[in-house]
Design a protein around this ligand. Structure first.
Ligand code: FAD
Ligand code: FES
Length: 634
């Protein structure tokens, strides 16, 4: 059930002042009074949750609680349970005393590895000696912008004598300032005592929080979901609790104090990416508690949304001019291209799983990027090797590569980017490839083989003649490769159910191949109890099928009608028509572009939505419709 009259006066004031009142009304539609069914299991899988609470003096505190997965559970849509026997964070956290005197709490259930998060506000009560229950009053899925992807691993308890002592103070010392100044993530709690407590996330490039003095820090306020719960709360109740986590040293730093919203500020370094809005925390108390767990919080990548303020070194995105040093026909439909720097110098470094955005020219002369995974070894900086499958019905990218690109030509590309990184700390890597999906898997295989890491490879293709790089896979895997063919006299299909039947701690699974293979692998991994953070996948995104037709899309809320050409995605058509739709991966993976479908029959081509979610929504970056019309909740 949705909630009406969602916003309090403070939120309405900030929404109006920021000029985002209309957007807030629109986005406020996602707020509900129960946990979405699809999120019940998600909650039970998380080892980390953020709470906001109020102490008897009215100070706001943000707390990060960690525990063995299962310490948090949502038995139904109206309640979330917290089991303290499974909790592994400090008892000195003021949260435990606060909830004895004030039951209002804000929760943020967040999975950094997938950027999924869900906010839950409600009242907490003790069920018995070991369990608390949060009665759900408000929930909503938050937008995953500005979340740095992190992989959380190694949950092993530390013996109490080795724990650092709890420290506290009223002004920040050298160590606290250093932690804050290098942070890329913080959690903030705010409150409107009449409406309850909120817990939220803030992220940015390291250094996005500025330490102004021993008692004051400044946080830029980026463009968000327009709801302004946190800033709205500050307007009526100017107090905040912040928490920073130093996982390298196993410390949690909590700050509480007065919050002040700063509008229309001078912003010469463009720290706010255009909003010119900041908020300050005047620190009144801080508390540093040890984390009684050995955790590794490995950074996978920064959010692509993070603004790059001028005072922080931007990540270079350079155009490369590359010579096509060698073209080779690998199979009937796959050609490989060896690319070198035109002056023969070393190429920019890349990591296993990375891809190269190559500029290709369509038949109408338009230049567009197409992405190709680098299959060569990351340790070889003399060349990048890519392989392109010819898509005869495609929009022209692969045809350009196959028909126009010759040896000694110069092509343009951007520096490699990696959305499918290989983790260093796995005990074992299970690599699964289907068809042309072998390309990123090959660079992973080269990387693992060079370190003699434990691995196995499972590679499926339609037929022996369409299976590229079989010999290379065989040689690199030292007998740990299995090959599967779906056609021909020796046909034997890959049995994903069997491969994933036993979750193995310390094992990471990497899947690249057709959409159905990725969907099946994810479903089976979930069914057999693998943690989502052990399953990594990359799909190669939307394809025109040759049978796609023009679609008419009606936007119910803004009352506009947009036509989507057969050779276009719905997302691209909306963006071209200046309709603002959050998006990132454009491959149906990140969920950012998921939109409510009011009428029409979507044809789902994503790899992120489950069956229930598909009933009322779709990914605009890849999916289309079975008919010619769609009505969207935009
Ligand atoms: C990270 C990544 C790595 C990749 N690695 C490889 C690789 O190693 N080898 C390889 O062969 N390919 C790879 N691809 C796929 C490759 O980038 C191209 O998509 C592919 O070559 C087909 O391009 P095309 O122009 O021939 O066909 P198209 O199907 O026309 O091109 C696909 C693009 O067209 C758009 N599009 C056009 N019409 C539609 C429609 N009706 N519905 C949906 N989308 C439409 C999509 O935005 C999509 O980006 C990779 C893709 C990604 C994202
Ligand atoms: S943009 Fe990532 S799922 Fe659509």
């Amino acid at each position: 059930m949705r909630i009406d009259d969602t916003f309090h006066d403070g939120e309405l004031f900030v929404q109006r002042r920021a000029g985002e009142a209309e957007m807030a009304q629109r986005n406020g539609g996602v707020i509900a009074d129960t946990v979405p069914k699809g999120a019940l299991r998600f909650i039970g899988q998380q080892p980390l949750v953020v709470f906001g609470s109020l102490d008897p003096e009215g100070n706001v505190w943000a707390s990060v609680l960690v525990g063995e997965p299962g310490f948090l559970a949502a038995p139904d849509e109206r309640a979330v349970e917290l089991n303290v026997t499974q909790r592994r964070s400090s008892e000195d956290d003021p949260f435990w005393a606060n909830i004895e005197t004030n039951a209002s709490v804000g929760m943020l259930v967040i999975e950094l590895a997938t950027r999924k998060r869900l906010r839950i506000n409600g009242q907490i009560r003790r069920l018995d000696d070991t369990r608390f229950e949060v009665g759900v009053e408000q929930t909503y899925p938050n937008c995953p912008k500005y979340i740095q992807r992190r992989h959380l691993s190694r949950l092993s308890p530390i013996a109490p004598p080795r724990l650092a002592p709890t420290r506290c103070g009223t002004s920040l010392g050298k160590d606290e300032k250093a932690l804050i100044a290098s942070a890329d993530t913080l959690f903030v709690a705010s409150a409107n005592p009449e409406h309850g407590v909120d817990a939220s996330h803030r992220g940015g490039r390291p250094g996005f929080v500025r330490v102004l003095s021993d008692r004051r820090i400044r946080i830029p306020d980026y463009v968000g979901n327009s709801l302004f719960n946190t800033l709205g709360n500050f307007t009526v109740y100017p107090r905040a609790g912040l928490v920073f986590v130093d996982f390298d040293n196993g410390l949690v730093l909590q700050l509480t104090g007065r919050a002040e919203v700063l509008w229309d500020q001078e912003d010469p370094d463009d720290e706010t990416a255009g909003t010119r809005r900041f908020w300050d925390l005047e620190v009144e108390r801080w508390l540093e508690t040890p984390l009684p767990l050995q955790l590794r919080w490995e950074l996978l990548d920064y959010s692509p949304y993070n603004p790059n303020p001028r005072r922080v070194t931007p990540v270079a995105k350079t155009t490369l001019q590359l010579t096509v040093a060698r073209v080779r026909q690998e199979t009937d439909r796959i050609k490989s291209f060896r690319l070198t720097a035109i002056d023969g110098s070393e190429l920019p470094a890349f990591t296993a799983g990375a891809h190269l955005p190559v500029s290709i020219q369509l038949a109408d002369g338009k230049r567009v990027p197409r992405h190709y995974s680098i299959l060569s070894s990351p340790s070889n900086r003399n060349h990048y090797e890519i392989a392109v499958l010819l898509e005869p019905d495609g929009g022209g990218g692969s045809r350009f590569m196959h028909e126009q690109v010759r040896e000694n030509d110069i092509i343009e590309a951007e520096t490699p980017r990696n959305d499918f990184p290989l983790l260093d700390d796995a005990n074992h890597s299970l690599l699964i490839a289907g068809g042309i999906g072998i390309t990123p898997i090959l660079s992973m295989l080269r990387s693992l083989a060079s370190k003699r890491a434990s691995l196995e490879v499972h590679y499926a293709a339609r037929s022996a003649s369409s299976m590229a790089y079989r010999d290379a896979v065989q040689a690199l895997s030292d007998g740990q490769a299995r090959f599967y063919l779906s056609e021909g006299p020796t046909a034997a299909r890959m049995n994903l159910d069997q491969l994933l039947s036993m979750p193995r701690s310390g094992t990471h699974v990497y899947v690249c191949g057709p959409r159905r293979m990725i969907e099946a692998a994810r479903e089976l991994a979930a069914k057999h109890g693998w943690s989502p953070s052990q399953i990594h996948f990359e799909s190669f995104g939307a394809r025109s099928t040759g049978k796609d037709r023009e679609i008419t899309v009606r936007l119910a809320r803004s009352e506009r009608t947009i036509s989507v050409a057969a050779s276009q995605t719905i997302l691209d058509a909306l963006l071209e028509a200046d309709v603002s739709v959050p998006h990132d991966c454009k491959r149906g993976e990140c969920r950012l572009c998921v939109t409510e479908v009011i009428d029409g029959q979507p044809e789902h081509r994503d790899v992120c939505l489950n069956t229930e979610e598909r009933e009322g929504s779709m990914c605009l970056c890849v999916s289309r419709t079975q008919g010619a019309n769609l009505v969207l909740g935009l």
